[in-house]
Write a protein that binds this ligand. Structure first.
Ligand SMILES: Cc1cc2nc3c(=O)[nH]c(=O)nc-3n(C[C@H](O)[C@H](O)[C@H](O)COP(=O)(O)O)c2cc1C
Length: 485
């Protein structure tokens, strides 16, 4: 189901009992964080919150809107986001039925649905442009932008969809990169070196030209999720969002930069990034639960801000897990498993535990077929898009339930001879990794926790796992109720 906009999503959340409105005045400087953090840490992720009267602004702040399995699923318009993974799986590996007519009957609806997804360009102005601010009217101080944590370098826009174009191919990219407010019309852009927005800016800088950006807040929540999804460069996030919401995303021309923006957005900040200018950005209380250190990042000079007549300001906070972003990450883990399996069909399942901040720990089960198979899978994962950031990969046999971290700990401890079964490599690591020797460069480790084969030099017998026989289990089942235990 597609939402008409972010406020429609909030209405549906409220109807489902998933949104709590807070009418008292609350300060976006630290206080909203303290409240939201307590709610996000509740079992299951608490409710979404709408702060109707943030101090210093007329715009309500919505937070934790993606912060549970149910709300993440609602954001993508499904009962459970695992359903989308099954849909992707069936699209990628269609079982072509016997006979032409049967094939057509099965495949045509799927293809027709995909054909309906590309974004649609509409004649503006869009709903996101009901108010247009330029020149001296541009003033970010009027927006309820959060200062999240005490040592943060300033206020941060935390749920932004950053639109850019590849200057060579003209293709669009939309990524979620935090934005630090410097003053009323200047912000810092934290696109990390490995991300597509940063590459677009580098390509522009090679021509000594500024790059246009649009920092978008709101729109159908499928758009916001898509900005976080690790799609390969060149794959349009707005097409992906259209696939998720089963309806094209409507786009209109931005007012002062050469970009298209979602018609249904709440707020759009348009601007230009100078090819050489850098300014200290950070520190920022980050996904890792630590502050990411201040560093030099590009600066956006705002050329216009457009917004709804009565916008709601979407926000999140990141910090020590579990947090709202854990659910955005879990959706990615599930939705991208079928895509991983296109390259690595031996993968059965993957778990990126929230405590591992997604890039620190991956638990992977495989159908092991040959000597060294686990190592092959590790190396392949380190070569696949943003999986390159995974600091620790643990590979298990297909019988292991990698969603059960306790089982993984038990198997891992028993099944490895560390010297033989580990593999340390060097390469790119997440920019947020504060332990690595350099920003974005360090080492990663993989552990083969599978059973060992003779072809791997293992000459001993591999023991069976202890299990009661089915016959005895059934026998005890038959009189269990008599025991009163
Ligand atoms: C809440 C949230 C905040 C994020 N902040 C940043 C950020 O500041 N910089 C960054 O490079 N990636 C950040 N990310 C991760 C990117 O959004 C993610 O890697 C995305 O796939 C990047 O898109 P791209 O591949 O189009 O560059 C954030 C993700 C989330 C969920």
């Amino acid at each position: 189901m597609a939402y008409t906009d972010f406020q429609d999503f909030l209405t549906q959340l409220e109807r489902a009992g998933e949104l709590k409105k807070i009418s008292r005045e609350v300060d976006p400087v630290l206080e909203i964080t303290e409240i939201a953090d307590r709610v996000m840490k509740r079992d299951g992720g608490g409710t979404a919150l709408l702060f109707e009267h943030p101090t210093g602004s007329t715009m309500p702040v919505a937070i934790n809107t993606f912060g549970s399995r149910k709300r993440m699923s609602m954001a993508l318009g499904v009962a459970d986001f695992e359903d989308i993974a099954s849909e992707i799986e069936s699209l990628l590996q269609p079982d072509i039925p016997q006979g032409l007519w049967a094939a057509a009957r099965e495949m045509l609806p799927k293809l027709a649905m995909l054909a309906k997804c590309p974004p649609k360009r509409e004649k503006g102005p869009g709903r996101c442009q009901e108010v247009v601010l330029t020149g001296d009217d541009i003033d970010l101080n009027k927006f309820p932008i959060l200062k999240c944590w005490p040592q943060d370098g300033g206020r941060y826009i935390t749920l932004p969809l950053v639109f850019t174009h590849d200057p060579v191919t003209g293709k669009r990219n939309v990524g979620m990169y935090r934005v630090q407010v410097y003053d009323r019309n200047t912000v810092g852009m934290h696109w990390q070196m490995h991300k597509v927005g940063a590459e677009h800016a580098r390509l522009r800088a090679e021509r000594n030209e500024p790059i246009d950006v649009a920092i978008v807040l709101g729109g159908d929540p499928a758009l916001t999720y898509s900005a976080t999804a690790p799609l390969p460069p060149g794959i349009d996030e707005m097409l992906f969002a259209g696939f998720l919401r089963k309806k094209p995303v409507k786009l209109v021309s931005a007012t002062s930069v050469d970009l298209e923006v979602p018609e249904d957005a709440e707020i759009v900040i348009e601007g230009k990034v100078d090819p050489v200018e850098r300014r200290l950005e950070g520190p920022f209380g980050d996904h890792t639960g630590y502050y990411s250190l201040a560093d030099m990042y590009p600066v956006v000079h705002i050329t216009a801000i457009t917004h709804r007549r009565k916008p709601v300001y979407p926000a999140t906070i990141v910090g020590r897990p579990p947090m709202e972003d854990g659910w955005l990450g879990k959706a990615t883990e599930r939705l991208f498993l079928p895509l991983l399996r296109l390259t690595l069909p031996e993968i059965r399942d993957i778990n990126l535990p929230v405590e591992g901040i997604f890039h620190n720990v991956a638990l992977v089960s495989i159908k092991k077929r040959y000597p060294g198979h686990a190592f092959k899978v590790m190396h392949a994962l380190w070569g696949l898009g943003q999986m390159m950031f995974t600091k620790m990969i643990f590979i298990f046999d297909e019988t292991v339930n990698v969603q059960d971290v306790k089982e993984c700990m038990w198997r891992m401890g028993n099944n490895i001879d560390p010297e033989r079964d580990m593999c340390v490599v060097r390469g790119p690591v997440d920019v947020l990794d504060h332990a690595s020797r350099a920003v974005g460069y360090g080492s990663k480790i993989g552990f083969d926790c599978t059973h060992k084969l003779a072809g791997e030099g293992f000459t001993r017998e591999w023991p069976d796992v202890i299990e009661m026989s089915e016959e005895i289990r059934k026998q005890v089942d038959s009189y269990w109720h008599e025991l009163g235990i």
